[in-house]
Design a protein around this ligand. Structure first.
Ligand SMILES: C[S@@+](CC[C@H](N)C(=O)[O-])C[C@H]1O[C@@H](n2cnc3c(N)ncnc32)[C@H](O)[C@@H]1O
Length: 307
């Protein structure tokens, strides 16, 4: 347990998909003049350096956000508004006209969108990443608006449902390092829907050759359908996974030189229950551009399905 460090993966294609969609959801939810509560069950360290030792070991951001930023700088593409919004937000966390090297994880991205009446509770269990996140939040001077809880997001979070304003978002982004994560995600969302049926549920999942990974979005669909909720399932695959070259996260590689060679994640998805009605149309052109710019072989594709 606890081998996973998001610093190896920051700014990869999965972050591009997840953070673009998350920002679009937040933009919608902060349009109404009622406060929202965001619960981030697996927050990570919060702030990463794309030129840091971990990120350079895997070089995943080269084939993710850095490729998009390069295309933006070269004016190769007119980006879809949600993608443009995400790339522009990254620039605000870096000195003007300097390369984007500071990369915000989900809690910082959420924090950047909060209005005075909104709240964020971010859960992170890894001792080092929890300490890093708490330090970053303290330095930002967020006061009581952002609370870092260095505890188990799966078991602690549902006691905060429903939030006082009855408007809220659960961001659930585990590493799936433990096989039990898949079942815990389903339990968390099921309990959430019981206690807070109108909440928005945002779940990231890997697209890998594993039965429980494959089943997770299907089970979330069934759960949402049974609860009579709208859902949106979006996915981005950048390359095919071959059986002989299965995904292995770089931090699990035995030797540092294996870290890049072992492959990297072929794809990932985000499943949203009670999504903004605008999200599907906003994400379609963004996903087309992600495939065009980040796709690595003929297997590159996106999915965008809803009920
Ligand atoms: C994929 S990363 C999160 C990345 C982050 N959401 C982002 O988008 O920037 C998953 C994180 O969950 C943490 N974690 C694993 N199990 C946890 C648990 N039960 N409760 C809270 N955090 C956990 C890991 O230490 C890791 O930092």
């Amino acid at each position: 347990m606890f081998s996973y460090r998001h610093a190896f993966h920051c700014g990869n294609h999965a972050d591009v998909l997840k953070h673009t969609a998350l920002l679009a959801v937040l933009n919608y939810m902060t349009e109404k003049a009622v406060g929202i509560t965001v619960l981030d069950s697996h927050a990570g360290a919060g702030l990463y350096r794309l030129d840091g030792q971990y990120a350079r070991t895997s070089q995943e951001s080269d084939e993710g956000v850095l490729r998009l930023l390069q295309a933006q700088q070269n004016k190769e593409v007119q980006f879809a508004p949600v993608l443009e919004n995400y790339l522009n937000l990254l620039k605000t966390g870096n000195p003007p006209d300097a390369p984007v090297l500071n990369y915000p994880g989900s809690p910082l991205l959420v924090q950047s969108q909060l209005r005075p009446m909104d709240r964020l509770k971010a859960f992170e269990l890894h001792p080092t990443d929890g300490r890093l996140l708490a330090g970053t939040v303290r330095r930002l001077g967020c006061g009581r608006q952002v609370e870092v809880v260095r505890d188990n997001g799966f078991s602690c979070i549902t006691k905060f449902f429903p939030p006082p304003t009855r408007r809220g978002l659960l961001v659930c982004d585990p590493s799936y390092e433990m096989k039990t994560d898949y079942a815990q995600v389903l339990d968390l969302v099921a309990e959430g829907l019981l206690k807070f049926a109108t909440g928005t549920y945002f779940v990231w999942y890997p697209i890998i050759a594993r039965a429980d990974a494959h089943d997770l979005p299907k089970r979330l669909r069934t759960m949402a359908n049974r609860a009579g909720k709208n859902w949106l399932d979006m996915g981005l695959t950048i390359k095919g996974a071959t059986p002989t070259r299965q995904y292995q996260a770089p931090e699990f590689a035995e030797k540092p030189e294996d870290a890049k060679r072992v492959g990297g994640l072929p794809g990932s998805g985000v499943f949203v229950i009670n999504p903004p009605y605008t999200l599907k149309d906003q994400m379609k052109p963004a996903l087309e551009q992600m495939v065009a710019l980040l796709g690595q072989d003929k297997n590159a594709m996106f999915k965008l399905e809803s009920n």
